[in-house]
Design a protein around this ligand. Sequence first.
Ligand SMILES: Nc1ncnc2c1ncn2[C@@H]1O[C@H](COP(=O)(O)OP(=O)(O)OP(=O)(O)O)[C@@H](O)[C@H]1O
Ligand SMILES: [Mg+2]
Length: 316
Amino acid sequence: MAKTGKPVIQVKDLYKIYRVGDTKVRALNGVDFTIYKGEFCSIVGTSGSGKSTLLNMLAGLEKPTKGEIVIAGEHMEKKKENQLVKFRREHIGFIFQSFNLMATMNAVENVALPLTFQGVKKAQRMKKAEALLDMVGLKKYKKHKPTQMSGGQQQRVGVARALVVEPEIVFADEPTGNLDSNTSEEVMRLMQKVVREKNQTLVMVTHDNHLASFADRIFHIKDGKIVKIEDNTGKRTGEDSPAGEAGGDEKTRADGPAGEAGGNEKPGEDSPAGEAGGNEKLWADGPVGEIGGDAQERSEKKEDGAQGAAGNGGAD
Ligand SMILES: Nc1ncnc2c1ncn2[C@@H]1O[C@H](COP(=O)(O)OP(=O)(O)OP(=O)(O)O)[C@@H](O)[C@H]1O
Ligand SMILES: [Mg+2]
């Protein structure tokens, strides 16, 4: 997967220097790299090393002091704010540490939110959002509000929301920062899987070496510099085994009453019998897209002002 695709993110001689009083903080101090389509890259480093600064810069949330960022062929550093907003909407999904879900909306409404910005009709929005929730194993939690879900479930809603628009690129800043280690692993596997299936590009920032090891390549950042780029293909953690060898080599993931880490849904309950030994038990339940009457029912409900409230919680 790595390096066979075309370049999708190119960073050249990137600097970000903050001035605080009389002192200068070199948050990014000359960064160069290329990320290819379909890659999962992690950026790992200690607190203050420049991870979030880098990610924010890639996403066009902050302007570099110097240097170039080319994403999907376009120079981010040359774009105006309104162009950046549009670009993000069209190309980029975000997964945040703090979930950033809208408290007044249930799971399906949260996931559907980014689609409102794209002008997708309500029935279609709900249908897509439900399909994504099915995929992340939250079939039974569609109508739950954030406060009625566990941290892992909320984060999975966050993942679903980032992916609903099928962005070319997904940025995640400490996406499991608020989760316990079991749940973190499950979220990592989920991201690994969905990104792989859709050949999306995922860039994840973390301070955790173990979580970083789920990626194809690991970029080590220190004092605003990339000090090492590690090719991790072949030794990735959590890699799904190819279809067919659905045997038991995924043991580390399915620990006892599976699913308890992320939530209460019963794995396997709605999956076709026969693939029971398989890999995707915790998440993939049943064919994605078999949206029942729910979507219909909901689409007849009134809009609830989501449009207006959306600004803070959406993709931007
Ligand atoms: N707006 C700002 N003004 C001044 N300094 C900043 C600003 N944002 C970040 N910095 C500094 O830049 C450096 C890198 O910060 P950054 O947030 O990128 O670190 P990080 O690697 O994401 O850390 P963490 O793991 O704690 O989130 C730090 O020294 C930080 O203090
Ligand atoms: Mg940070």
